[in-house]
Design a protein around this ligand. Structure first.
Ligand SMILES: [Fe+2]
Length: 122
């Protein structure tokens, strides 16, 4: 375990050259690129698509959170190892968001964050 991982919010450094650690922990945000003003839409958060993250008591994803870039908290899901994990899907209805930010926390590798720009149209 690297203590440094717990001193920061970890992000993928180079999308085209990801480390195994990054592939296991990067939150993957899937939602439309364009949404309509105040119309519900779904956002799916997953991780470990290419390299699966463990889900056992000694090493697991503890929670995932979704917020906007202006710090509006949208939702959070906590997991119990072995019996529960993601992906998770949130249903949102937002008036004016331009960027979604997903964070998850691994009990061994700290907090990981990614973001996705979305365009709100009328
Ligand atoms: Fe981990």
């Amino acid at each position: 375990m690297s203590v440094d991982l717990f001193k920061q919010i970890n992000k993928v450094k180079d999308k085209n050259n990801m480390t195994v650690l990054e592939k296991k922990h990067e939150p993957i945000i899937e939602c439309p690129d364009e949404i309509k003003h105040n119309e519900p839409f779904e956002v799916k958060i997953s991780w470990g698509k290419e390299v699966a993250h463990p889900n056992e008591p000694a090493h697991f994803i503890e929670w995932v959170e979704l917020c906007t870039e202006d710090h509006l908290f949208l939702g959070r899901v906590d997991f119990t190892p072995i019996v529960c994990t993601g992906p998770v899907t949130f249903t949102l209805k937002l008036p004016h968001v331009t960027k979604l930010i997903a964070q998850l926390r691994c009990n061994l590798h700290g907090i990981w964050e990614s973001s996705k720009d979305i365009k709100v149209v009328d």
